[in-house]
Design a protein around this ligand. Structure first.
Ligand SMILES: Cc1cc2nc3c(=O)[nH]c(=O)nc-3n(C[C@H](O)[C@H](O)[C@H](O)COP(=O)(O)OP(=O)(O)OC[C@H]3O[C@@H](n4cnc5c(N)ncnc54)[C@H](O)[C@@H]3O)c2cc1C
Length: 441
């Protein structure tokens, strides 16, 4: 697949998930010469709940994929279960987002978005693994390895969109703030006669083998094709995090749901798989000499709900906008503008999200809050607006006013691993290696 790769592009994008495909699409639309490199062959499976919220739908529609979405399973909102109660919470109205979401397997979604970027003018290469190509502390492109010998591909800038483990980003010196919580989740596919339901289903009182509530949630997302995506997600700041086995937790969750959903194994689906969820913009830095990181490689998942697809599309788009400015003559100064754009779009909201996660990481607090919340449909409806980040700008209503007050309080609460602490920690990693050198282990 590397045979058609040229030796130079304006931009090389590493990874064709939501962040990379979106960056490539918006860059191609801006007239840039873009290579989008994906190490797997598309379509490929990706461990995910497959849930698209109104924010994700808005981004996909902006990329011209509204018709594609219409061929998939649309849902109206969330059914929240817990502490003996069930609430139906439709997506609230918003001037910029639709009142519905979709459930689409990443197998089907990612290939459509990547090919859409190619149709817009990006050159898509599959089966190509990229590693950084650096000169004098600056990224000047990638080494692209396909079937044959790795080949240098130079570019003016590189977009790092290689997902949650981000080996490419780590080689450039990105790090996750370890004092901030992370998510861990596992999912599999089952068959169910309720696969066409118009609600995604969430269990808020997920329990371990002793029947104790654990910080996290279980989900069943109907795909509309006879299957449902079933998974559990956990927070790393829970006191019981280390002792919990997610596979066993998922097995127990499936057992509790089997009767209600008439769950049957899906012979065509592989065994459940899990992954990490880097949240709350926990990865630093997000830009450097010649490169920009987007999506999970920048830790952009929403800490309130574990949603990352929409933020992959959004940060990919922000990265494309900064790079279009850089290509137009502003150079690296525009990359620092990307850091500012991220801060402006998410910093306040994600800081509150990180505090929320710290607080509900205590099982007793989480249990008390949810027991109270599940008694009020209005309160939980407002929480959905906050947690899915579909707040109306300038609105004078309870969720927005509550959010603004909480965000002010969160800004005043000291945070471990915050900006001041990070600045005090000396740089642990060497700068990006020079061309021909091995990256540090
Ligand atoms: C179990 C689980 C459930 C989840 N459920 C949801 C959900 O329901 N809704 C939601 O919004 N989010 C969900 N998320 C989060 C979501 O999956 C991620 O946030 C999202 O995929 C991030 O997109 P990305 O483009 O940054 O990275 P990815 O989707 O991981 O894409 C990165 C791509 O880069 C490629 N790549 C990696 N290294 C290289 C390389 N060196 N060279 C070339 N290519 C490379 C990979 O093959 C991959 O295709 C879930 C996550 C997990 C683990």
């Amino acid at each position: 697949m590397t045979s058609n790769l040229r030796s130079h592009y304006d931009i090389v994008v590493v990874g064709a998930g939501p962040a990379g495909a979106s960056a490539a699409y918006w860059l191609a639309r801006a007239g840039a010469d873009v290579a989008l490199l994906e190490r797997k062959h598309l379509p490929r499976a990706k461990t995910c709940g497959d849930g698209l919220t109104p924010r994700a739908v808005a981004q996909l529609t902006d990329m011209g994929l509204g018709e594609f979405l219409e061929g998939h399973h649309r849902y109206r909102g969330l059914r929240a279960n817990g502490f003996g109660r069930t609430l139906l919470l439709p997506w609230p109205s918003h001037p910029s987002y639709p009142g519905y979401g979709y459930v689409v397997t990443r197998h089907d979604l990612d290939v459509a978005v990547a090919r859409n970027a190619a149709q817009a003018g990006a050159s898509l290469f599959e089966g190509v693994t990229a590693t950084p190509l650096c000169e004098d502390g600056r990224v000047v492109g990638v080494l692209a390895a396909g079937r044959g010998e790795p080949a240098p591909v130079r570019s003016r800038f590189v977009v790092v969109a290689d997902g949650s483990n981000s080996r490419f980003g780590r080689a450039l010196g990105t790090e996750r703030v370890r004092a901030w919580p992370m998510g861990l989740a596992i999912r599999g596919y089952w068959r169910s006669p309720r696969s066409a339901e118009p609600w995604i289903d969430s269990t808020l009182d997920l329990r371990d083998e002793q029947g104790k509530v654990v910080p996290g949630y279980g989900w069943i997302f109907p795909l509309g094709d006879g299957r449902v995506n079933v998974g559990v997600g956990l927070l790393s700041n829970s006191p019981r995090w280390k002792g919990l086995n997610t596979t066993h937790l998922l097995e127990r969750y499936v057992e509790t749901q089997r009767g209600a959903w008439a769950l049957e194994p899906d012979p065509a689906s592989p065994a459940p798989t899990g992954g990490k969820l880097p949240m709350g913009l926990a990865v630093h830095p997000r830009a450097g000499a010649g490169w920009i990181a987007a999506g999970d490689a920048a830790g952009s998942i929403n800490p309130f709900n574990g949603e990352g697809i929409a933020y992959g599309y959004e940060t990919g788009r922000l990265a494309a906008s900064a790079l279009a400015t850089a290509l137009a003559g502003e150079g690296d100064a525009a990359l620092m503008g990307y850091e500012h754009a991220l801060e402006e779009a998410y910093a306040r909201y994600y800081r509150l999200g990180r505090l929320f996660v710290r607080v509900i990481g205590r099982p007793a607090v989480m249990q008390a809050a949810l027991t109270a919340g599940m008694r009020s449909e209005r309160l939980m409806g407002g929480m959905v607006r906050v947690m899915a980040n579909i707040l109306r700008p300038g609105a004078i209503a309870v969720p927005e006013l509550g959010y603004r007050a909480a965000a002010v309080l969160a800004a005043a609460v000291p945070e471990p691993g915050g900006r001041a602490e990070r600045a005090a920690v000396p740089e642990q990693r060497p700068p990006a290696p020079a061309i021909g050198e091995e990256p540090a282990a």
